[in-house]
Design a protein around this ligand. Structure first.
Ligand SMILES: [Zn+2]
Length: 466
């Protein structure tokens, strides 16, 4: 292939699209598409980062491009791959010019050759998570919509920007954040992946930092469109400070959002618990790359909030882990006050729970089921001695002597009378049967329970039970 007699330097941080556009400008083409047509290049394939087409372009400029060149952006469906990192279309903006005006001014000043071929588009400017220029400490600017939008003719877009004095507002001062530095390092393949955040695709990590930070700074009902670029700079940094500490920090952040629920406000739904973060992941995106985040949110919610069948948390909840007094009362058909007394009595809930409403007192589902089963299968004082057919006096002795435990002891604090578990009564009977030492006398009919117990529990010389 022949080489161009006029070329331009390919900058270390420049995109292929920018380079093609500047080559076109340097060679006096009216646009990059026309230039590609003349050179037998497929412009769309260049934009999509197809290696063979990119190599052909670079060969024209007598530039040997290695396959591992860090400046190549490869399009993969709705995503872009750069140095092993993945960015979604929403986080990689190159249809319009994002730029630092000071960098462009320097390009004009320091470059050589055709003026429109001097300034160039930086790869970092295409990444929406990077909002500042670390060289000049200003916010990047986005040019207005125009007919050039989507043409990927960077030189033409910069020339149009340069010609229009109305689109040169002063760039706001802004220091690049640690979050932006993190994104930049990953973008160029310079980050040593070690943390949970590192394990997420770059666009997922970036979006999560933004969402978590915005939630922390502005509340979980924040409105996307209300945030300025400066707000997003600050929000992403705040979120990064949390998420860079790992998955546990993310879990703690989520648990912190439960405070509204515990304060008695709101429902158990994901929208009420996590606000815009949940809405975004549940209703506005089905991207499976966020599934690991959804799984953590679901696990944190179901591990501490009384979700039950019929609820939804990134999908229907089919299993209950916790009951509230309210939900257990409904399921077991027990009055909430009785249930509260029972749980208080067995120590499953503390006295501090007295101040909570029934729908905010949480108990593990299996624990409630055990307590309720014990209670509903139990007998009060009079039913228990009738069940044993022991007679009142013997029953008094057995219970006061501790031979038969109380499943639920009475007490002033609960107002519950003593309850005896059928299983305890049956166990006592079984024990009596194994210890019988009197012969069975048919003519004497059945030996009374009182006599049997008397024979087993009391020494021969001792006093007899009734
Ligand atoms: Zn700059």
């Amino acid at each position: 292939m022949t080489t161009l007699s006029i070329t331009v330097p390919f900058h270390d941080d420049e995109t292929i699209a920018s380079y093609a556009s500047r080559l076109a400008a340097a060679n006096y083409a009216s646009g990059v598409r026309e230039f590609c047509g003349h050179m037998g290049l497929n412009h769309q394939k260049l934009i999509d980062g197809e290696p063979e087409e990119v190599a052909r372009l670079m060969a024209l400029a007598d530039y040997e491009l290695r396959s591992s060149d860090k400046r190549v952006v490869k399009r993969n469906g709705l995503f872009h791959e750069i140095n092993g990192e993945v960015l979604a279309r929403s986080s990689f903006l190159r249809s319009r010019l994002r730029h630092c005006p000071h960098c462009l001014a320097e390009d004009y000043e320091n470059g050589s050759g055709v003026v429109t071929s001097r300034p160039y588009g930086r790869l970092a400017w295409c990444v929406t998570f990077i909002r500042t220029c670390p060289r000049h400490n200003v916010l990047l600017q986005l040019t207005e919509r125009s007919s050039l939008e989507g043409g990927h003719d960077i030189a033409a877009m910069i020339a149009a920007w340069q010609r229009d004095p109305n689109v040169h507002p002063p760039a706001a001062r802004c220091i690049q954040t640690d979050f932006e530095s993190y994104v930049t390092e990953r973008l160029w393949g310079r980050w040593d992946r070690r943390s949970w955040l590192d394990s997420l695709p770059l666009y997922v990590a970036g979006k999560m930092c933004e969402m978590v930070g915005a939630t922390i700074r502005l509340g979980k009902r924040f409105v996307f469109d209300d945030l300025s670029e400066m707000d997003w700079v600050d929000s992403a940094q705040v979120g990064f400070e949390v998420l860079c500490k790992g998955e546990d920090a993310f879990r703690s952040f989520l648990e912190g959002l439960h405070s509204d629920f515990w304060d008695g406000e709101g429902d158990t739904g994901g929208r009420h618990l996590y606000g815009r973060l949940y809405e975004r992941l549940a209703y506005e995106s089905d991207d499976p790359a966020f599934d690991c985040v959804r799984a953590i949110m679901r696990e944190v919610a179901l591990s501490s909030i009384p979700f039950g069948p019929g609820d939804d948390m990134f999908g229907p909840v089919i299993e209950r882990r916790f009951h509230t007094i309210q939900s257990a009362s409904k399921e077991f058909n027990l009055h909430p006050l009785t249930l509260r007394k029972l749980l208080l009595k067995v120590g499953v809930i503390g006295t501090s729970a007295k101040d909570l409403t029934p729908d905010r007192i949480l108990v593990p589902k299996d624990v409630v089921a055990d307590v309720v089963a014990k209670y509903t299968s139990g007998m009060n004082w009079s039913k228990a001695w009738l069940y044993l057919n022991s007679g009142r006096t013997l029953w008094n002795t057995l219970t006061h002597g501790g031979y038969i435990p109380r499943a639920f002891a009475d007490g002033h604090e609960t107002g519950l009378g003593p309850i005896y578990a059928k299983s305890d009564l049956d166990a006592f009977l079984a024990r009596m049967k194994t210890m019988v030492n009197q012969e069975f006398v048919a003519c004497a009919k059945l030996t009374s329970f009182s006599k049997t117990v008397s024979a087993v529990l009391v020494p021969p010389s001792g006093s007899r039970f009734d």
